[in-house]
Design a protein around this ligand. Structure first.
Ligand SMILES: C[S@@+](CC[C@H](N)C(=O)[O-])C[C@H]1O[C@@H](n2cnc3c(N)ncnc32)[C@H](O)[C@@H]1O
Length: 305
C-alpha cells in the first residue's frame, strides 16, 4: 500500500482508537495547537526591521510535511501569514509521494514552494544571508529520532537533532511538536492497535526492492517495546520474525531466525522539563510551549544570532 494511502487510513483509525483507549485525539489536538501557533506566529518572529515592518516576509521550512491534509491545516496558514516579497516555503520529506501530492494542490499555486526529497535530520543549510526562517516539524516527527534502544534519557540524540534543525538558517525560529504523554501502557495499546502501519515497510520492500521470492512480508509480527522514566518514553517499534528464513536483498544474503527482533524505528515522547533542558543545551531559547495538557505540545524556540 502506498504511504499516503496508509497514512490516510491511519489518521482515521487513530481518531477511532483514541475514543476506545482514552488517549487524546492526537490529530485534532495538534490541529488546534497549529491554529494557536498561526495566531501567535507574528509575535514570535522579528517581523520588523528598524521599527518598520519588513516587506520581505519570513520564509517557512517544513520538515516532514506528510499528507496534503496535514500541510493544508498546519503549514499553509503559517506560510500565508508570514508571506512577503522575497519569502518562500521549502518542504523537505524523504517521501516523494507526499511531496508530489502537495505539489498538485490548487491552494499551493502562486506560492513559491520548493520540494526537496531529503533527510530531515541531515543538518543541511537551506537559507543563506539574512533570509529569516520559521521552521516547523509537526506530527511528532521529531520523536522519530534515530537513537539506539536505551533506558537512559536520550539527551545527546535530542540535542544533536535540535542543533541540526537550527542549522537550516542563520536566523530562525522553530515550532516542534512533541508527544508528552509518558504512560507506557497507553502507548503500547495505541501503537499495537494498528500494526499494519509499522509493518507496511515489508510490503514496500517486496514490491520496490530487488529482493528474491523467499522474502515474505507476512513473516513479521509487530510489537511496541517501551522504555523510559519520568522524563522520556521510547517506543521501540519492533518486528518479530515468525520463522527462520534466508533471502537475497540487492545480491546480499540475509539470514533471519525465528524470534529475531528487528528495531524498525522509534517514537519518543518527552516531558516538558526534559525537552526544555535539551533546548538549553543545544544553545537555543525556548519562547513558549503550546500545550493541550493531554499529551500534545508544540515547543516554540528561537535561535539567537
Ligand atoms: C509523523 S509524519 C508527520 C506528517 C505531518 N507533518 C503531520 O503533522 O501529520 C512524519 C513525516 O516525516 C517524514 N520523515 C520522517 N523521517 C524522515 C527523515 N529522516 N527524513 C525525511 N523525511 C522524514 C515522513 O515521510 C512523514 O511525511
Amino acid at each position: 500500500m502506498s504511504g499516503p494511502l496508509l497514512w490516510a487510513k491511519a489518521e482515521t483509525r487513530r481518531i477511532n482508537n483514541a475514543l476506545v483507549t482514552g488517549t487524546a485525539n492526537m490529530v485534532d489536538a495538534e490541529i488546534r495547537l497549529a491554529r494557536e501557533l498561526e495566531q501567535r506566529v507574528r509575535d514570535y518572529v522579528q517581523w520588523h526591521h528598524q521599527d518598520e515592518r519588513s516587506f520581505n516576509g519570513v520564509s517557512v521550512l517544513d520538515f516532514g510535511p506528510g499528507t496534503v491534509r496535514a500541510f493544508q491545516q498546519k503549514t499553509l496558514p503559517l506560510v500565508k501569514n508570514l508571506w512577503g516579497e522575497t519569502s518562500r516555503c521549502i518542504l523537505v520529506d524523504r517521501s516523494s509521494e507526499f511531496l508530489r501530492d502537495i505539489a498538485q494542490l490548487p491552494s499551493a499555486f502562486g506560492l513559491r514552494i520548493e520540494f526537496i526529497s531529503y533527510d530531515i535530520f541531515s543538518g543541511r543549510r537551506y537559507f543563506f544571508g539574512d533570509e529569516a526562517a520559521f521552521v516547523v516539524m509537526f506530527g511528532r516527527t521529531f520523536g522519530n529520532l534515530d537513537a539506539s534502544i536505551s533506558d537512559r534519557p536520550p539527551v545527546e540524540a535530542v540535542v544533536k537533532a535540535l542543533k541540526k534543525i537550527s542549522n537550516s538558517a542563520e536566523r530562525c525560529w522553530m515550532a516542534i511538536s512533541i508527544g508528552s504523554d509518558l504512560r507506557k501502557d497507553v502507548a503500547k495499546a495505541y501503537y499495537e492497535a494498528h500494526p499494519e502501519f509499522q509493518l507496511n515497510v515489508f510490503y514496500r520492500m517486496k514490491s520496490e526492492l530487488p529482493i528474491d521470492d523467499n522474502f515474505d512480508p507476512e513473516l513479521f509480527e509487530y510489537e511496541a517495546d517501551i522504555k523510559g522514566d519520568e522524563s522520556f518514553m521510547q517506543v521501540v517499534h519492533t518486528a518479530i520474525v515468525k520463522r527462520k528464513v534466508s533471502f537475497k536483498l540487492r545480491g546480499e544474503m540475509v539470514n533471519l531466525s525465528e524470534g529475531d527482533r528487528l528495531h524498525l524505528k522509534n517514537s519518543f515522547s518527552f516531558s516538558e522539563a526534559f525537552f526544555r533542558e535539551c533546548v538549553r543545551l543545544a544553545g537555543l531559547s525556548s519562547i513558549e510551549v503550546l500545550t493541550d495538557k493531554a499529551g500534545s505540545d508544540i515547543h516554540v524556540l528561537e535561535k539567537a544570532t
